[in-house]
Ligand binder design. Structure first.
Ligand SMILES: [Fe+2]
Ligand SMILES: [Fe+2]
Length: 308
């Protein structure tokens, strides 16, 4: 039996919130709005085009296509991540005490992630001209889906740490979609952002609570392992990005292969990654998950400005 490191009262609070604050994508989203080449599909600052010469060079319809390609790949990747998380959660539930309110909460989370997966799948299906299947990154998805339930049941705190790092970034994108600052985002993209973030806040809170409560009880070896993984992960994310985008021949008309890779490493994009990661890294530092040497290294390299 796996010990739940979340106070029952906190799990109950989240259970109540899951009942009262939920978002059904087929109520909250008007799926009838046609896809066109007049709207943008990524919030500008989140697109790989932002802060590069590409943004200015592309005519509005081309910008529309490229951001629709990017949004479709990204939302498909978020859906893959949610599928993997669900497999891990269901594995964890099997090893958890059903009288603990966290048991029900984890099922609420699975149900919510299933709705999100269905919502992203609906998006992919109304954009059939954007290829998302059979790409190279299908392989990492398969490997991760096999490994994650094992991690979840052997070392649950690591699952929650991974969840925390990935959900925080998804949440950031969802917020920008819902804000639609430019007013140019396609309505379905804006509505999906709102639907997603209503529920993600609970997922983040639960993961964070588990990590906080579990840490003081970890053995020295487990703490070390956790620090190792967390530090490598943050390094990897800073290097590769959170949801790596593979180049596609579908972009050829607008963006060359080299330009694409240069854009992924642009100073704008790196600054965005740092901004997204900073609060999580800061709280990992507060909790003592990442070690002072790593923090010094990141600070020195200007990677995490706000880290303690
Ligand atoms: Fe989600
Ligand atoms: Fe989530």
């Amino acid at each position: 039996m796996i010990r739940v490191h979340v106070d029952p009262a906190f799990s109950e609070k989240l259970n109540r919130a899951s009942v009262t604050r939920r978002c059904y994508p087929w109520d909250a989203i008007d799926w009838s709005v046609p896809i066109d080449d007049a709207h943008l599909y990524m919030p500008e600052e989140f697109s790989f085009l932002a802060g590069t010469v590409l943004w200015e060079r592309l005519a509005p319809p081309a910008r529309s296509f490229v951001t629709r390609w990017e949004a479709t790949q990204t939302l498909r990747n978020v859906g893959v991540g949610e599928h993997i998380l669900n497999q891990a959660l269901l594995a964890l539930v099997r090893h958890t005490n059903p009288y603990d309110p966290a048991w029900r909460y984890m099922l609420h989370e699975v149900a919510e992630e299933c709705q999100h997966m269905a919502m992203f799948n609906a998006w992919i299906r109304i954009n059939p001209d954007i290829r998302t299947k059979g790409l190279a990154d299908d392989r990492w998805g398969l490997v991760a889906s096999v490994l994650t339930p094992v991690i979840a049941t052997r070392f649950p705190v690591l699952l929650w740490l991974l969840t925390l790092l990935l959900e925080v970034a998804g949440d950031d994108l969802g917020r920008a979609q819902a804000r639609n600052e430019s007013g140019l985002l396609h309505p379905i993209i804006e509505q999906m952002g709102r639907a997603h973030l209503t529920e993600e806040a609970r997922h983040i809170a639960f993961a964070r609570h588990w990590v906080e409560q579990a840490l003081p009880r970890l053995t020295r070896l487990d703490r070390r392992l956790l620090a190792e993984v967390a530090e490598r992960l943050v390094d990897g994310i800073l290097w590769l990005g959170l949801l790596p985008l593979p180049y596609s021949r579908q972009l050829e008309r607008f963006v060359a292969h080299d330009e694409f890779h240069a854009a992924l490493r642009s100073s704008h994009r790196r600054a965005m990654l740092r901004r997204q990661l900073a609060p999580t890294v800061e709280s990992l530092a507060e909790l003592g998950v990442v070690r002072p040497a790593a923090l010094r290294r990141w600070r020195k390299a200007g990677l995490v400005a706000r880290a303690a």
